[in-house]
Design a protein around this ligand. Structure first.
Ligand SMILES: Nc1ncnc2c1ncn2[C@@H]1O[C@H](COP(=O)(O)OP(=O)(O)OP(=O)(O)O)[C@@H](O)[C@H]1O
Ligand SMILES: [Mg+2]
Length: 235
């Protein structure tokens, strides 16, 4: 018998009020994989991450982490299990210092290789500002948002458009961070608007359209599916 995937969605249906945002979405992620959620604006990528985090109404279907059902668990319980979520809006605390932001984030976390010191080695820009209020540029905020996820030593990180709204050079820095985490074997579920960038950072992908998974596969398989690339991703 093969082991359960690290994270698994099985026929998940999610709703905003009466609006049926996710329809029978199934996907699975193994430890060590970077998996992209691809699709156009409004296709349901963020909603998929929110469903995992219990931030949208899910009715029907199952979400399992290491084989155990996690639907309707509290956010802090998910963090404790090892699921870290970096939402689009970053939600850092600008009146706290960078260090305070990190220490708060590590509270609900797990033991592991990441601690505040290692974060400052990895993200030099944060080290320079550890004792300063986190009134940061967009790129620095995104680094802090990712650092806050990592410092809890998660088993998987859900990243929602980490490069969104950043100047190209800064976006490249965030891309490099994702690339480096991937090389170190971290497990990431990635939403990134630029499908080419998303695919360059990932091992596999799921393509969403109107809240459904329309195709999935390894990145080479997806790239070879010219019709799907054109129809669902306009590339
Ligand atoms: N809070 C909400 N209330 C009602 N409908 C919502 C809400 N958030 C998203 N939706 C709708 O659900 C659908 C999926 O949205 P979602 O945010 O998952 O899209 P996405 O793929 O992340 O794209 P993008 O981030 O570019 O908007 C869209 O039709 C969107 O309008
Ligand atoms: Mg989104």
């Amino acid at each position: 018998m093969s082991a359960a995937p690290l994270l698994e969605l099985e026929s998940v249906n999610a709703y905003y009020g009466k609006s049926h945002a996710l329809q029978d979405v199934s996907l699975a992620i193994e430890t060590g994989e970077v998996v992209a959620l691809l699709g156009r604006n409004g296709s349901g990528r963020s909603t998929t991450l929110k469903a995992i985090m219990g931030l949208v109404a899910v009715r029907g279907g199952a979400i399992r982490f290491a084989g155990k059902p996690i639907l309707h668990r509290a956010t802090y319980e998910l963090a404790k299990l090892g699921i870290a979520y970096v939402p689009e809006d970053r939600r850092i605390f600008p009146n706290l210092t960078v260090g305070e932001n990190l220490r708060l984030a590590s509270l609900g976390g797990r033991p592991g290789p990441w601690n505040e010191k290692r974060i400052y080695e990895y993200f030099a820009v944060l080290g320079e500002r550890r004792d300063k209020p986190a009134k940061l540029s967009g790129g620095e905020q995104q680094m802090l948002a990712i650092a806050r996820a990592l410092v809890a030593n998660p088993a998987i990180v859900l990243l929602d458009e980490p490069m969104e709204g950043l100047a190209p050079l800064i976006a490249r820095n965030v891309e490099d961070v994702v690339q480096r985490l991937r090389a170190e074997g971290d497990t990431i579920l990635l939403v990134e608007q630029n499908a080419q960038v998303a695919m360059s950072l990932s091992d596999r992908g799921y393509v969403l359209s109107n809240g459904r998974v329309v195709t999935s596969g390894s990145i080479p398989e997806l790239r070879a599916n010219g019709e799907a690339m054109q129809r669902y991703l306009a590339i």
